[in-house]
Design a protein around this ligand. Structure first.
Ligand code: CP
Length: 311
């Protein structure tokens, strides 16, 4: 098994072999969700705490489902309704969690580096469920898993990532994962939302959305993150949709077998038109489905399940 880390904090430090090991483990777990009884006893007696300091639908629910399908005891914490609203610090919150001996902590936080901060202060394995603008590693893993299932492999594919690349932790994690596994990545968006030095990330950049999707095997739209935009990065959402929104006419510039992805939540009519989001090339709900298998694999590998898992 080529994955033996204490934590999963980012894709950037992982090798292609480590990423592939997680994807292979996820292939094994995907079958569990197709059973009538969607549960394996693998992590019975293990405790996983999901610490969400930022809103989430997909990530939070899918981690909880993944943990329950592994028979771990899943405990959910959200900052609203907790003592964080009384002023308790992240450090004190972690110390108190540590006192209750969890095996795994899953954390989403608005501050880049929050997951690493926690990982250094707990014996539990830590999974980064999104830290500010930094990384969202399990999103990248589920994206890679989904692409592999639809296209057979990652190596040699061309992936167009369109949107707020500079502010997106999803884009950062996806770019690291895709390039490590041998895909060619093009990023596209308004100049204010593109990385200043795309060559450092090993990607090409363009402000022309049709050129970005031309010949692409995968067209990935990113959410406009209103919560992370400082000064206006573009004149209006209408302007953004006009130049960077993916509708049927833009998608027509891509090959007919290109798949369309979006991490969610979608701003319909902004990043994607509804007929594209819900159309035959969309694999957006497959991404959500993949999230459960990938998160089962991650929790299993970090909670010490290095051997064969018990079905
Ligand atoms: N993709 C994603 O992270 O979605 P949520 O914010 O709903 O978890």
């Amino acid at each position: 098994m080529a994955f033996a880390r204490k934590d999963l904090l980012a894709i950037e430090p992982l090798s292609a072999e480590e990423i592939t090991a997680i994807l292979e483990a996820a292939e094994g777990f995907a079958e569990v969700s197709t059973r009538e009884v969607k549960k394996v006893p693998t992590l019975r007696g293990k405790t996983v705490v999901n610490l969400f300091f930022e809103p989430s639908t997909r990530t939070r629910v899918s981690f909880e489902i993944a943990e329950k399908r592994l028979s771990a005891d899943a405990v959910n914490f959200s900052s609203s309704g907790s003592s964080v609203s009384k002023g308790e610090t992240l450090l004190d919150t972690v110390r108190n969690m540590e006192a209750m001996a969890p095996d795994v902590l899953v954390i989403r936080h608005s501050a880049a580096g929050a997951a690493e901060f926690v990982a250094r202060r707990t014996r539990a394995a830590v999974v980064n469920a999104g830290d500010g603008r930094h990384e969202h590693p399990t999103q990248a893993l589920l994206d890679l898993f989904t692409i592999r299932r639809h296209k057979g492999q990652i190596e040699g594919l061309t992936v167009a990532i369109v949107g707020d690349v500079q502010n997106s932790r999803v884009a950062r994690s996806d770019i690291h994962g895709l390039t490590k596994l041998g895909a060619k990545v093009r990023v596209c968006g308004p100049p204010t939302m593109l990385p200043p030095r795309p060559e450092v990330l090993g990607v090409e950049a363009t402000t022309d959305v049709r050129r970005a999707v031309e010949g692409a095997d995968v067209v990935m739209a990113l959410r406009i993150q209103k919560e992370r935009l400082g000064r206006a990065s573009f004149p209006s959402l209408r302007e953004y949709a006009r130049f960077f929104g993916i509708d049927r006419s833009v998608l027509a510039a891509a090959p007919p077998d290109a798949i369309v992805m979006h991490p969610g939540p979608i701003n319909r009519g902004v990043e994607l038109s509804s007929d594209v989001a819900d159309g035959p090339q969309s694999v957006i709900l497959d991404q959500v489905e993949s999230g459960v298998a990938v998160r089962m694999a991650v929790i299993y590998l970090l909670a010490g399940g290095q051997g064969e898992w018990t079905s």
